[in-house]
Design a protein around this ligand. Sequence first.
Ligand SMILES: Nc1ncnc2c1ncn2[C@@H]1O[C@H](COP(=O)(O)OP(=O)(O)OP(=O)(O)O)[C@@H](O)[C@H]1O
Ligand SMILES: [Mg+2]
Length: 250
Amino acid sequence: MTEMTQTPILEFKNVDTYYGNIQVLYDINFKIYPGELVCLLGGNASGKSTTLKTILGVCKVKKGAVKLRGEHINGLPTKKIIARGVAIVPENRRIFPRMSVLENLEMGAYLRSDTNQVKQDIENIFALFPLLKERINQAGVTLSGGEQQMLAMGRALLSNPDILLMDEPSMGLSPRLVDQQFELIEKVNRQGTTIFMVEQNANMALSIADRGYVLQTGAIVLADSAERLLSNEMMQEAYLGGTEACETGA
Ligand SMILES: Nc1ncnc2c1ncn2[C@@H]1O[C@H](COP(=O)(O)OP(=O)(O)OP(=O)(O)O)[C@@H](O)[C@H]1O
Ligand SMILES: [Mg+2]
């Protein structure tokens, strides 16, 4: 899957992140290549959201390098990092509650000046998420959790990102909606968007991802193909709930 000759879209090199004096990320290393769907797995408080906040410059890197398409982005303000092609579907989706579905989507494109292409891209989002089209004038607040997740994803995609970050897309959704959500994430990736997804639901995430990293108390303890992680013993015990999840691949 990984093309070593390509420049990664995103790279962490020996990254340490702190909140004040408290270290939360320890020597994090990973690379994400164009077109990949990579997941970062880990339990509560392992540092998943902090990793995304570090990419976005919300948390400052104390040591190490964060690179976007080979260029250092450490220390850049969040706005500039977003303008360079990073989009996020945050943990709580952050839909603008009083804005309509269409207005929420348009907000995703606020940095773009190619108005006609934006219109076309909004149509493409409606083709991907037909439910959103049916609710085009409905206020964001009235959407169900699953619909809000689609809207947050559509909005993020409208910035035309080089990489889409997703923070626990399965959170708060019923099992049926989780399945649906992951099918959509896979579809968006197959259409060419590079995705870095943070998840506690290791089984679901690995079922669609190319590769995965496992975070434990702020350090990466495993890095492998999704297939091999699914059959990894340590993964089985810690995150995959025993043998029923095991589809022998290695
Ligand atoms: N603003 C903050 N100030 C101080 N400590 C923080 C702050 N935000 C997070 N932390 C701490 O950093 C650690 C990692 O938090 P983080 O939110 O990255 O975990 P997570 O893996 O996303 O967890 P969850 O699955 O619960 O969302 C936790 O111990 C948390 O308490
Ligand atoms: Mg989190």
